[in-house]
Design a protein around this ligand. Structure first.
Ligand SMILES: *Cc1c(COP(=O)(O)O)cnc(C)c1O
Length: 370
């Protein structure tokens, strides 16, 4: 039986072994482990790629969000509006900074609904933290309008969206600050944890730089209390290698999304994510291929029985559905989404034959109801 794992972590290494050995040797012989040239090169590449003035490598995207909220001056009990369909990290970063996450409902594409943001504004609202989910950028024109009208800070959770854009502007270049993740399974993955923030604001660049390196500024002078949330120079060197072929990774992911769409769009038991090239406002990089499926759990076991790995995002719950975190409201669209959502294998490693096989097994499931 063919096996199509959801993601193969070992292939991040094995597909690229010799180039990675070279990177390790090159960094190792220089003893260049912390805040060295490879890191500053990566930061320059990231800022140029996203289209911002500044980028800082940080230990992971969650840290990036925490540093961002600390730097913009979030005060105790300030509210930050965010999507129900995001990683808990978007919310926990606000809580860590002393704020209160306000969770709102999603639109048809699973991303935050701008109208729901508007409806959630209160006198305590301090910011908006839109998640650029599944490699797709939110309708940032509407979100920035709301932010400007109400004088709100915008911190983008761009962990899943490197290279994605809306109206020709890339995710990570809209807000006051944005945070990217280089977790191994992300669109650009390192061999461990990694993250990066981007910003056009010099003041925020300076504060976040200090916060992430023990309060020291770029010349080593201590300016404030800080912490350590640096991106390892070795991970930065590995990411520099990954960046070289990143356009091919995006191309391949978009191709896979087109193939899924072509084979599956006739099934009315499924709601598929928007395919590439239909809506010229969005350029999606397909961090995930997340669809909504009738009889999701049965489909999922059918696929598992046939060697196909799938995943239900975030452990199967919207942010506000984690009861122990103290939320007590209902968000109908997000809740119905989480009863049906499923992610199909979507990564650089799977072949055309794998995708064909996945589609065949899905079609087989719906054509032979038990
Ligand atoms: C992965 C992810 C994060 C967290 O990234 P880390 O680098 O693991 O901290 C935050 N938000 C979203 C939307 C993510 O997908």
């Amino acid at each position: 039986m063919r096996k199509v794992p959801f993601f193969e972590y070992s292939r991040l290494f094995s597909d690229n072994k010799y180039s990675l050995f070279e990177v390790l040797e090159n960094v190792g012989v220089r003893g260049a482990y912390i805040m060295q040239q490879d890191l500053s090169n990566f930061e320059r590449t990231l800022a140029d790629y996203v289209g911002t003035q500044y980028a800082i490598g940080v230990a992971n995207a969650t840290d990036g969000l925490e540093l961002a909220w600390a730097a913009v001056g979030l005060q105790k009990n300030d509210e930050v509006i965010m999507s129900a369909h995001t990683m808990l990290a978007t919310a926990s970063a606000v809580v860590t900074a002393g704020g209160v996450p306000i969770i709102v409902d999603i639109g048809d594409d699973g991303l935050i609904d701008p109208e729901a943001i508007d409806a959630a504004i209160s006198p305590k609202t301090f910011g908006i933290s839109p998640t650029q989910l599944n490699g797709r950028t939110c309708e940032m024109d509407k979100i920035l309008n709301i932010a400007n009208k109400n004088k709100l800070i915008v911190v983008e959770d761009a962990a899943q969206a490197l290279g994605s854009s809306f109206k020709n502007k890339k995710a990570g270049s809209f807000g006051d600050v944005a945070s990217f993740s280089f977790y191994p399974a992300k669109v650009l993955g390192s061999l461990g944890d990694g993250g990066g923030i981007t910003t056009n604001r010099k003041d925020l660049f300076e504060v976040i730089f200090q916060l992430h390196d023990h309060g020291r500024d770029t010349s080593g002078e201590v300016k404030r209390w800080g912490r350590n949330s640096r991106l390892d120079n070795l991970q930065a060197a590995i990411l520099n290698l990954g960046f070289k072929n990143y356009h091919l990774v995006i191309e391949r992911r978009r191709k896979i999304a087109s193939m899924y769409h072509e084979r599956l769009s006739s099934l009315d038991q499924l709601i598929l994510p928007p395919p590439p090239l239909v809506d010229t406002d969005h350029f999606d990089v397909y961090q995930n291929y997340e669809l909504q499926a009738k009889d999701r759990d049965a489909l999922r076991s059918h696929l598992a029985q046939n060697g196909i790995g799938t995943l239900v995002q975030w452990g199967g719950k919207a942010v506000h559905q984690w009861d122990d975190l103290g939320f007590n409201y209902r968000l109908p669209k997000a809740e119905s989404f989480f009863e049906k959502c499923l992610m199909l294998p979507m990564n650089y490693f799977i072949s055309d034959e794998d995708i064909e096989y996945v589609c065949e097994k899905i079609i087989e499931f719906y054509n032979n109801p038990k």
